[in-house]
Design a protein around this ligand. Sequence first.
Ligand SMILES: NC(=O)NCCC[C@H](N)C(=O)O
Length: 282
Amino acid sequence: MAGTLQRVLMRSAASAMPRARASEWHYGPGFDPQKAAAQYEALTTLVLASGAEIEWLTDVDDGLADSVFTHDPSLMTDHGAIILAMGKALRRAEPGLHEAAYRRMGVPILGRIEHPGQVEGGDCVWVGSRTLAVGRGVRTNQDGIQQLANLLTPKGIQVYGYDLPLWHGEEACLHLMSVISPLADDLALVYAPLLPAAFYQMLRARGIRLVEGDAGEFFASNGLSLNVLPTAPREVIAVAGFPKTAAAMATAGCRVSTFEADALCIACEGGPTCLTRPVLRQ
Ligand SMILES: NC(=O)NCCC[C@H](N)C(=O)O
């Protein structure tokens, strides 16, 4: 999840968010569609500067504000894409947008998660190429995890489910990726107190070094201080304003680029990882 980013699926905030009402989408008072669109442009500039090629989801005015968070409606594997099924009702149309994009791009579809299964991409963390850790919480259920296992076990991939806490409740967004961001094959940024204990132990047993995100910044940012996108091993994009977390990553050898994202990320519960669906990494 931290190899050099080559191709990534994104959806512009300017097309997805202009009519969104914060109360409907569970966005905070800091949400401002114009400001979010400008902040999204800054993220786009950083992604392009990394050398990655952006594939854009459709730009029609469909009112699907959360579709900017392209990490969640599909999962990429070495065997093709898996079209997921959203736990948040307002997001149920999004996997169809991803499937259409993959067909256009010529990316094979390995399978689909079907009702009553639910899986969101933010709950899926690859630990090496043969292990997928999946958070079981308000967005991803056991039926969905079983369907993922049915698709991936025949490919020699083990799927492990881990319970997540309820934390801020059923309406809020807490994914497994809310408490871990891979920074390199052997390095990850974590907020350990909210990591499932067995997952923490698996990471340690596999020799993955854990950088602790600052607790005060984690709470002040609604968890977004920890949501960091690697564009290559130890090259990361993070939300601006969290110097202790950035310093901890720098001490671990990371080069950190930041962009202002109060209206786009902190208000809308999704950071640079959530705003990108990597299609190809090397
Ligand atoms: N992977 C992620 O953590 N995605 C964040 C999604 C935020 C969006 N507002 C949601 O509630 O689904």
